[in-house]
Design a binder for this molecule. Sequence first.
Ligand SMILES: Nc1ncnc2c1ncn2[C@@H]1O[C@H](COP(=O)(O)OP(=O)(O)O)[C@@H](O)[C@H]1O
Ligand SMILES: [Mg+2]
Length: 282
Amino acid sequence: MNSIILSFQHVTFTYTPEDETVAPAVKDVSLAVHDGEWLAIVGHNGSGKSTMVKLMNGLLFPGEGSVAAMGMDMNEETLWDIRSQMGMVFQNPDNQFVGATVQDDVAFALENNGVPHAEMVKRVKESLAHVKMSDYLDHEPHHLSGGQKQRVAIAGALALRPRLLILDEATSMLDPQGRMEVIETIQALRESTGLTVISITHDLEEAALADRILVMNVGEKIMEGPPETVFAEGNRLVELGLDLPFAMRVSHLLQEAGVPLGKAHMSEEGLVEELWTFYSKK
Ligand SMILES: Nc1ncnc2c1ncn2[C@@H]1O[C@H](COP(=O)(O)OP(=O)(O)O)[C@@H](O)[C@H]1O
Ligand SMILES: [Mg+2]
């Protein structure tokens, strides 16, 4: 088993502990993320996902329980060391730019970290190549599409060579094209670098690509497992206000209409394949 890169031990967090009428934003959550793994965290609005991200990077500390990352207990002393090994990408692509050009923007954090110029140039090029934005070095960030902006934001995070990349709803403000670009970027990155990824998303199609899914509901972890296992509980996910992937919804409709599918498919390719096999035998 790969080593654990981040973990929560019975973490509870309440924004207003003095007010007993307010429920904890995160309640008794334990989790472990292994080196090289892609974990997706899904859940309805207000289910505690962003609070978990803030607990992961030491912006908040648990009221009860503990957080560990990169082999260290999270506390005031270790948090800078831990944070330097994490890349973060957030929801709004327009709030993440500081540079006048794409390459300045990616270089910014490196400059702040005192990375020597030659090394900086190398890392900026490398990071932009990873997200397929090498042709945009001198473009102004605000002229890019949403998907391109988020890819540049990912490059900015990558330039710092993190061990863990955390994306908090990084695709949720994008159109389908932009969302696809970002998802494909994450997949390609994982294949080429084996980077550990935690992605927080409403989008179950995106979550279906992760190694493991953790489902949150009003502050509690209610399900956890590989996508096949979690999606097997499709009705429960719908009850929680989550939209099943398109191929699953179509699978269910076909099954109701009497098409004997072996299972509800997570991907359109899988569904098409089974339908093709079934009808070509007829
Ligand atoms: N700064 C804050 N102060 C008080 N309550 C907050 C704050 N941020 C979030 N909350 C509450 O904590 C709960 C979880 O929020 P959040 O972690 O943002 O959920 P999610 O990211 O899943 O939408 C919600 O009930 C939300 O209203
Ligand atoms: Mg959130």
